[in-house]
Write a protein of this length. Structure first.
Length: 278
């Protein structure tokens, strides 16, 4: 029997490797149009700067941005860590608050009617006006950045979770109810799993806002970070360093976005297998 199980395991290894190679090839194939469009845009940008003779202080070429970013890599890296810390801290607070608020609003309909309009109104507040006030109230430390990132990112998560709870199959909920399951058990076994696709969709939306929110919070007032680095580079008339910091923030956002996709595949492996069958 052990020999037979070992043989079956060895026979499945090539199939697993083939499926992974096929998935990798499919991902590369899907990324070719975006890669081609990006390269074409950068080439046109470089060509325009070379032919027009425009000054680097107005519009630097992509090659200059890369060179200056590499020469100033130590300053960029040292200012990236505070931004990353504020982003992750604010996003963690946003995730915890959105999850707790969604449970409260799902279990108590009155709280949903009372709180949801307030949360909607909070998203209409202009960040350009709120950020200086938050920095004024809480100082130039990490806390105001965390609060501003949470303010920017919690609403998509909250709406996604509430929509996910409502998508629960009624037959499953009624079956659990007929088995005398408690409301919390129905939530844990039916409503929460049904919300996972919606939750990860909101997670991907929120994570793209998180880095921008952290940079804007630093822009309003900070000692270190990409936001203050961009502000200093702008004041020194260095658009090449401004764009280099923008590239770093874009790469940081893409890495966090990719991390959410990896977490989704670990939590929901059945969704990936379904996509491969299509």
């Amino acid at each position: 029997m052990p020999d037979e199980s070992l043989k079956r395991t060895l026979m499945t290894l090539p199939q697993r490797s083939d499926s992974r190679l096929a998935a990798l090839r499919a991902a590369l194939y899907r990324g070719i149009p975006a890669l081609f469009a990006g390269c074409a845009f950068l080439a046109a940008w470089e060509l325009y700067v070379d032919l027009s003779g425009i000054k680097p202080s107005i519009l630097p070429a992509p090659s200059r941005i890369v060179v200056q970013g590499w020469l100033n890599r130590e300053a960029l890296i040292s200012n990236t860590w505070p931004t990353l810390g504020a982003t992750l801290g604010g996003f963690a607070l946003s995730l915890a608050f959105a999850f707790a608020a969604s449970i409260l609003m799902d279990f108590v309909p009155f709280m949903r009617r009372a709180l949801l309009p307030i949360f909607i109104a909070s998203q209409t507040l202009p960040l350009v006006a709120i950020a200086p006030l938050v920095v004024l109230w809480f100082g130039f430390g990490l806390l105001p950045k965390i609060l501003l990132v949470a303010l920017v990112t919690f609403f998509p998560l909250l709406v996604a979770l509430l929509q996910g709870y409502e998508s629960t199959d009624r037959d499953i909920a009624e079956l659990l109810n007929s088995m005398k399951a408690s409301r919390w058990r129905i939530f844990r076994l039916a409503r929460l799993p049904s919300s996972l696709p919606y939750f990860f969709a909101g997670l991907r939306i929120s994570i793209t806002y998180a880095v921008v929110g952290a940079i804007f919070a630093e822009y309003a007032g900070a000692a270190r970070g990409l936001g203050i680095y961009i502000l200093n580079a702008k004041n020194n008339f260095r658009p090449d360093l401004v764009l280099a910091a923008v590239v770093v923030s874009a790469v940081l956002t893409l890495c966090l976005f990719g991390l959410t996709l990896m977490i989704q595949r670990l939590v929901m492996p059945w969704q990936q297998s379904g996509e491969q069958r299509r």
